[in-house]
Design a binder for this molecule. Structure first.
Ligand SMILES: *Cc1c(COP(=O)(O)O)cnc(C)c1O
Length: 407
């Protein structure tokens, strides 16, 4: 008898984005001439940088001629891309990461979701932030590392509360945990962490023989000089942290698909005898067995992000979204709310003083603006709203004029 993996049934269906879609379509059905502006999604809206498009076309042309055609690529990514990443994203920032510690993939969602396979199915205690990017939670639920959800929280999962009291950067766990997910700049709150705050987690991981999974998908939005871009800017992090990056948000690759994971050579886990063993061979094993690489044209497009021209084009994209975020942040603050994020991130998060969904409905019906209810990201999101800067400046200004006129 073929038995289902019943852990899948434990996953709480989050109706967040389908609920939003339903409410929006009900509203537009009933109000045919309403012009709804969407500031709810976590997807970019601007086209790929021209340097990436040009690189993709050139690589595609190579694929169409026998003498330049390429079949299966290297399991961990082409050297040209791994070397560009190591140089520009790490060495340039003083983080000593080499090309062979970089593993190119089809994006950070897959990697943050898949990485938990490397850890013991039972006995691994997992900590996640609340509010949270749901991938971290749901993949551990599917793997059987949690109990059932009770009042919106899974048994045997440690939640790290991100609240106004801690400036939306959680304290290190009070209990002993083994695996800690962190995301900075954060989705959904837009909060960033200082070097000291990350150092506390690195120290905790050393003291507790734990591992940090650091999601830096929004790294490109950091503008303040003192905010670390990578966890490897923190002393001692290479032994205890894995980092996930993505070309989705800085270069518009959400539909093109490319990202990478960093597993330093020094990074360790422990075997059942309590001996430290390197983690990288496990990820290499997994990549070679279950993944056949990102397409050559896409890796060439990603490489172009690091060219002078591509870099300038990515910066222009990010600067455009940051200018939108500034408008959103300022207008929300003018209305007496206390916005988080939007200065080093594309998301603005604030306490609405009422139920998240009530506030969502108010903005939809009265201002025809779509946002994201914070309660969909966890208990600590109750009463909050996330506004995304991924839209045109024109739409953002129009949307914020309307929002402010109803608040
Ligand atoms: C968008 C996003 C990613 C990137 O996902 P891709 O699969 O690379 O598109 C990763 N983590 C978080 C928190 C995100 O919001």
């Amino acid at each position: 008898m073929i038995l289902a993996n019943e852990n899948f049934y434990k996953v709480q269906a989050t109706y967040l984005f389908s609920d939003i879609a339903r409410r929006v379509s009900e509203f537009t059905e009933a109000n045919k001439d309403a012009s709804v502006i969407r500031l709810g999604i976590g997807d970019v809206t601007r086209a790929l940088p021209q340097a990436c498009v040009d690189a993709m076309i050139k690589a595609t042309t190579e694929m169409g001629a026998d003498d330049t055609f390429r079949g299966y690529g290297p399991d961990y990514g082409y050297d040209f891309l791994r070397e560009a990443i190591a140089l520009h994203d790490f060495k340039a920032r003083g983080a000593d990461i080499s090309a062979d510690e970089i593993f190119v993939s089809d994006g950070a969602k897959c990697d943050t979701g898949n990485f938990q396979e490397l850890f013991a199915a039972t006995g691994t205690k997992v900590a996640v932030p609340d509010p949270v990017y749901p991938v971290y939670v749901d993949t551990n639920v599917m793997a059987g590392r949690t109990g059932y959800a009770v009042d919106g929280r899974y048994e045997n999962l440690a939640y790290l509360d991100c609240t106004e009291a801690n400036n939306f950067v959680p304290a290190v766990p009070e209990e002993q945990v083994d695996l800690i997910y962190l995301c900075f700049p954060n989705n959904p709150t837009g909060a960033t962490a200082t070097k000291e705050q990350l150092k506390a987690f690195v120290d905790y991981a050393h003291e507790n023989k734990a591992l940090i999974l650091f999601d830096a998908a929004y790294e490109a939005f950091i503008v303040d000089d003192d905010i670390p871009h990578s966890i490897y800017e923190i002393e001692g992090a290479k032994e205890v942290a894995v980092e996930f990056r993505s070309f989705s948000k800085n270069a518009g690759f959400t539909g093109t698909r490319c990202g990478y994971t960093v597993v330093p050579e020094e990074c360790r886990v422990f075997n059942s005898k309590g001996e430290a063993v390197p983690l990288a061979p496990l990820w290499k094993r997994r990549m070679s067995t279950k993944f056949n690489g990102v397409s050559y044209p896409v890796q060439r497009a990603a490489e172009a992000v690091y060219s002078e021209e591509g870099g300038a084009q990515c910066k222009a994209l990010v600067d455009g979204y940051l200018a939108n975020a500034k408008v959103i942040r300022e207008r929300i603050a003018q209305k007496g709310f206390k916005p988080v994020g939007g200065d080093n991130s594309p998301y603005i998060w604030f306490n609405t003083g009422m139920d998240s969904w009530k506030f969502f409905d108010k903005l939809l019906k009265e201002a025809q603006v779509v946002t994201t209810p914070g309660s969909g990201f966890g208990r600590c999101g109750n009463g909050y709203i996330r506004i995304s800067a991924f839209n045109s400046m024109e739409n953002v200004v129009k949307a914020m004029d309307r929002v402010c006129s109803v608040l």
